[in-house]
Design a protein. Structure first.
Ligand code: ATP
Ligand code: MG
Length: 447
């Protein structure tokens, strides 16, 4: 992508009203633009990151055997009256009346709508287990939207719903979700810790939130330092094997890790040695719930079990804050020059800087690098503009592109370009061929 033809409205000044780094950087990097309080347009660069996150979420959900569909943003109020949540949900729910005086809500979550889909089509335990999910915009009329897309009113969420014939099977679905979520965050280059949580308005008995540690997080969290040593994605788990999933969950839920809602100071002190106790702040990037028959009973979602009895289906719901994750990743990955994207979520893996756009040789080498990187599925962002070199470097640093190739006539006399790494800061001098080899080695297309 040639920068001269792209739309990257970066800001040189720090926006005065943005309180936290991710919000400031997203505005400065031209990733988002506020439309009204808590409602944002996703500009081209921001959209590329959002799409990468969506892609990772889809891959990991499908690997766990979960099935994508797409439900609408507007839902009939009648379903929410059936479950009893139309009144309970309160002012966070945006209520709309159409020209026929029909009442609608802009979905803050989808338990009711998915239960309605389920009950119309599924009747027997033979069709279970089933987990359906979608990635769709939600609206919650937050009383104090803040920190940019981190606490928006309109936000993108992956929400999934499991349907199982009994509690055991539903608890396996719960565990399966925990494993798939751990994989998802790791694939994004993030450390997210599952912490025991209370279930809030979704209801239920089991719940964990996933938190990314950050000083600017809104949750107070307490945990055993040992949990930071755990990793998941190296292990290959058979998602159909309840035992294997339960073992992963046990490993991750044995060390103490709680949010302030479930924190117990006495247990905290008695379970963990003084040197391992940690108190910090965190950003909630996901939550999973098992709530049994809370929705299936009032909404008549029953199936016939193996004994021929009609039983209410056991359910859980599971959410990942896809748009909030963009902010959370930036909170965990930036410096005073800008964003430092983890490679799997970077909007572009490589930035090319042309130091002399009037020089034919320099242009030819830049074009060739662009073409070859694109052929490997790593389309670069190519700064072919006539801006000053210093300003080009500052923009690449600000928008956080992991690798930068700098090409100019002086180096090309010796057949050399400069290749530098945004995170490590190291720079090497090499030939264009070597840069391509290093960037494309061993890993074919990314898209
Ligand atoms: P919070 O406690 O932050 O208000 P929640 O517990 O109400 O969130 P859930 O119903 O668990 O939210 O939704 C699943 C995920 O959606 C959350 O873990 C979070 O990452 C994301 N999310 C929730 N509310 C917002 C919001 N207002 N803006 C952006 N993302 C949000
Ligand atoms: Mg939550």
């Amino acid at each position: 992508m040639r920068l001269s033809r792209y739309f990257l409205p970066v800001l040189r000044e720090t926006p005065a009203d943005a309180q936290i780094a991710s919000h400031r950087l997203m505005l400065r990097a031209g990733m988002i633009q506020q439309a009204s309080a808590g409602i944002y347009s996703w500009m081209p660069l921001g959209l590329r990151v959002l799409k990468r996150l969506e892609q990772i979420v889809h891959e990991e959900q499908m690997a766990a055997g979960h099935i994508p569909l797409l439900m609408p943003t507007l839902q009939p109020a009648s379903l929410w009256q059936e479950s009893g949540r139309y009144d309970d949900y309160g002012q966070e729910m945006l209520r709309i009346t159409d020209r026929q005086e029909r009442r609608l809500v802009y979905g803050p979550t989808n338990e009711e709508l998915i239960t309605d889909i389920f009950r119309r089509h599924v009747n027997s335990y033979r069709d279970l287990p089933l987990t359906l999910y979608h990635i769709q915009w939600k609206f919650r009329d937050e009383i104090r939207p803040r920190f940019g897309i981190m606490r928006g009113r309109e936000f993108l969420m992956k929400d999934g719903y499991n349907f199982d014939v009994d509690k055991d099977s539903a608890l396996h679905a719960y565990n399966r979700h925990m494993v798939s979520y751990l994989n998802t965050y790791e694939k994004m280059g993030l450390k997210a810790i599952p912490m025991r949580a209370s279930a809030g308005p979704i209801g239920g008995t089991h719940s964990h939130e996933f938190l990314v540690l950050a000083e600017t997080g809104e949750s107070e969290v307490y945990f055993d330092n040992d949990i930071l040593e755990l990793t998941e994605s190296d292990h290959k788990v058979d998602f159909d094997n309840p035992q294997e999933c339960a073992e992963v969950v046990k490993r991750w839920t044995t060390p103490y890790a709680r949010t302030d809602e479930t924190h117990d100071p006495v247990e905290f002190k008695s379970q963990i040695s003084h040197s391992s106790r940690r108190q910090s702040r965190g950003i909630e990037v996901g939550q999973i719930f098992y709530f049994g028959t809370k929705y299936s009973e009032p909404m008549n979602a029953f199936v016939t079990n193996a004994d021929g009895d009609r039983v209410p289906v056991h359910m859980g719901s599971h959410g990942i804050g896809v748009s909030r994750l963009v902010g959370a990743i930036i909170e965990a990955n930036h410096d005073d020059r800008g964003i430092i994207w983890p490679e799997p979520v970077a909007p572009f893996l490589v930035g090319i800087i042309n130091l002399a756009p009037k020089d034919k040789k320099t242009n030819d080498v830049c074009d060739d690098l662009s073409r070859r990187l694109s052929a490997f599925g790593k389309e670069p962002l190519y700064d072919d503009t006539h801006d000053r070199a210093g300003s080009k470097f500052a923009t690449m640093d600000l928008i956080g592109i992991p690798w930068r190739l700098t090409v100019g006539p002086r180096g090309l006399i010796k057949g050399e370009i400069e290749m530098s790494h945004r995170r490590g800061g190291q720079t090497i001098i090499c030939s264009p061929d070597e840069a391509i080899n290093r960037l494309c080695r061993g890993n074919g297309r990314r898209e």
